[in-house]
Write a protein that binds this ligand. Structure first.
Ligand code: PGA
Length: 277
C-alpha cells in the first residue's frame, strides 16, 4: 500500500470507528403517531413545531412514525428528524389490497418501521406474521422496531415466558448480524395510554424485563455480536422519561400520546439530549 492509500485507509477506519462509537452512545426517541392527526396540514405543523423546538442533536436520534400517507410531505420539511412507518406488508408486491410494501416505504424515505405493535396484535397479528414483516423490512434495508410486551403481570411471572416466546418466534430464522440492527421495544400493554384501566410502569419494571430480553438475545446471537438497542414504551411523558432513560436500562423510548403534543415531545427529546452531556 502506498502512502496516500495507507492514509485513506486509516481515515476510513477512523471514520468507521467513529460511527461505531456514535452508534453505541446515541439514544433513540421514536414517536408513534398512530392514526393521528387527521390532515396532512396538521401533520406538517406538528412535525415543523418539533423541528423548530429542538436544538441541534449530538446524542439523540429522533424518529417520527406518522401514518403512511404523510411520509412524503414530512420528508420535505426537514432531515433533522428521521421517518419511520407504523407497519409494513409481509409481502413484496402484487395483489395484496390495502398493504404497503417495505420497498414502497423505503422509497418514500422511511428508515424505520414498527412491527408487532400490541394494537396490531390485538387485531389478530401473530408472531409468525411479525416475523415475516421483519424479514420483509430487512430485505430492503429498513430497520424494524419489534414491539414485545405482556398484557398483564401475573404473580407466577408467566409474563417472562410470553415475552420470550414473542422474541423467539418473531426473530426466528433471522441472522445474528441482522438481529443486532433491529430495535426491540418493550411495551407492557398494561402501561400503554390507550389501555383501559392502565397502570403506570416504573423504571424498575422496565429494567428487570430489559435484563431478561438482553439475556434471551445474547443466548441467541452470542456475546460477541453487538446487542440490538432496546427501547421502553408505555405512556412515556416529559416528566418520567429521565427515569426510564437513567434507570430503566434502555437505549431510548417509544412515545405515543405525548408525541402528538409538540411541546411535550420536544421536551422529551431535550431531556434525552441533556443526559449524555
Ligand atoms: P403511549 O403509546 O405512549 O400513548 O402509551 C406507546 C405505544 O403504544 O407505542
Amino acid at each position: 500500500m502506498d502512502g496516500v492509500n495507507q492514509s485513506n485507509f486509516l481515515v476510513f477506519r477512523l471514520f468507521e470507528w467513529y460511527n461505531a462509537e456514535v452508534a453505541k452512545v446515541k439514544r433513540i426517541i421514536v414517536a408513534n403517531w398512530k392514526m393521528n392527526p387527521s390532515s396532512v396540514k396538521e401533520a406538517g405543523k406538528l412535525f415543523s413545531d418539533v423541528v423548530k423546538a429542538i436544538p441541534s442533536l449530538k446524542n439523540t436520534e429522533v424518529v417520527i412514525c406518522p401514518p403512511f400517507l404523510y411520509l412524503e410531505q414530512l420528508r420535505k420539511i426537514s432531515r433533522k428528524i428521521i421517518l419511520g412507518a407504523q407497519d409494513v406488508s409481509s409481502e413484496e408486491c402484487g395483489a395484496f389490497t390495502g398493504d404497503v410494501s417495505a420497498e414502497m416505504l423505503f422509497n418514500m424515505g422511511a428508515k424505520y418501521v414498527i412491527t408487532g405493535h400490541s394494537e396490531r396484535r390485538a387485531r389478530g397479528e401473530g408472531n409468525s406474521d411479525v416475523n415475516k414483516k421483519i424479514k420483509s423490512a430487512l430485505s430492503v434495508g429498513l430497520v424494524p422496531i419489534l414491539c414485545v410486551g405482556e398484557s398483564a403481570r401475573d404473580e407466577s411471572h408467566g409474563y417472562f415466558n410470553l415475552v420470550k416466546t414473542q422474541l423467539e418466534e418473531c426473530l426466528n430464522g433471522i441472522q445474528k448480524a441482522s438481529i443486532s440492527n433491529i430495535i426491540i421495544a418493550y411495551e407492557p400493554v398494561w402501561a400503554i395510554s390507550s389501555t383501559v384501566n392502565r397502570q403506570d410502569a416504573i423504571p424498575a419494571d422496565c429494567r428487570e424485563m430489559v435484563i431478561f430480553i438482553r439475556k434471551i438475545i445474547s443466548d441467541k446471537i452470542g456475546v460477541q455480536t453487538k446487542m440490538p438497542k432496546i427501547l421502553y414504551g408505555g405512556s412515556v411523558n416529559d416528566k418520567d422519561v429521565e427515569g426510564f432513560l437513567k434507570d430503566g436500562g434502555v437505549d431510548g423510548v417509544l412515545v405515543g400520546r405525548a408525541s402528538l403534543d409538540a411541546e411535550k415531545f420536544s421536551n422529551i427529546i431535550k431531556v434525552c439530549e441533556a443526559l449524555n452531556k
